[in-house]
Write a protein that binds this ligand. Sequence first.
Ligand SMILES: NC(=O)c1ccc[n+]([C@@H]2O[C@H](COP(=O)([O-])OP(=O)(O)OC[C@H]3O[C@@H](n4cnc5c(N)ncnc54)[C@H](OP(=O)(O)O)[C@@H]3O)[C@@H](O)[C@H]2O)c1
Length: 302
Amino acid sequence: MTAPSSAPFGAKVIDGKASAAALRQRIAAATEQLKSGHGITPGLATVLVGNDPASEVYVRNKGKTAEALGFRSFHYAMAAESSEAEVLARVAALNHDPAVHGILVQLPLPSQIREAAVLELLDPRKDVDALTATNAGLLVSGRADLVSCTPAGMMLLLKEYAGDIAGMNALVIGRSLLFGKPAAQLLLAANATVTMAHSKTRDLPDLARRADILVAAIGRPLFVKGDWVKPGATVIDVGINRIDAGGGKTRIVGDVDYDSARERAGAITPVPGGVGAMTIACLMRNTLIAASLQAGLQLPAL
Ligand SMILES: NC(=O)c1ccc[n+]([C@@H]2O[C@H](COP(=O)([O-])OP(=O)(O)OC[C@H]3O[C@@H](n4cnc5c(N)ncnc54)[C@H](OP(=O)(O)O)[C@@H]3O)[C@@H](O)[C@H]2O)c1
């Protein structure tokens, strides 16, 4: 267990950066073994359609991290006006490329390309974002090898900082396919008693006050107030919101009002540097898992 640092008011600050760095080290070591023992180099392909600056940064960071861990990284930049057929042809080619074990199509896609059509075609064994219906279904069945990256990162942090969560009340606010739904499934699989909340939920503060684990993935800055937090609860803040910081500047905040929440929480993720820091490392973990499975090897212990 990592020795947690303390916030001024007592909550442990969950250090996602440190946990992600430790995970990357384990991945690099397992990658070395895969190469030397089996001659396999994990390959991650990223596909970016258009030139949204934030997406370009995300994709570049993914490629850099892959290379730093000893993976092969392949990047396909496609024009914003690419047709759906062109994007599908790229995905089909990557599905069949034996050097590529993981495929990441950066979302959102331009409006002329249906995300559902892309996910339908994507080989579930290479679906390292775990967004295909096959991987979502396997997660519900308790048989998933590839799990959505940010929820997987959340579970690693909970394991490190909260230990055994069996029997705890967990509230997940937000029901996206990318985070809320897989997060709830993983918490359930870890034997938490899980409640899911969304924009139609009544009495959200009351529900939150009963949660031993409070997870916010809403996309609304500082939405969850400190007095919603059960004393001693573990708070996982998934939100990434850019707000005006005055003087023409902006800053990133989460969905939780961190300053008031940390006065009551037992442990809390900061934004940035909390659960978000785990996402890319978990993408690399998925790529390594995918490479091992495609070679018929046992899953590395990560
Ligand atoms: N790498 C990362 O760290 C990472 C990964 C994923 C997401 N995120 C961040 O997490 C946030 C959520 O993203 P997402 O993609 O998971 O979700 P999303 O698709 O943006 O959906 C937001 C969810 O919040 C719910 N919601 C909205 N207003 C609400 C309210 N007033 N009370 C209760 N629930 C409310 C919505 O309910 P309805 O379903 O009823 O509309 C919906 O389920 C964003 O800030 C995103 O940037 C970060």
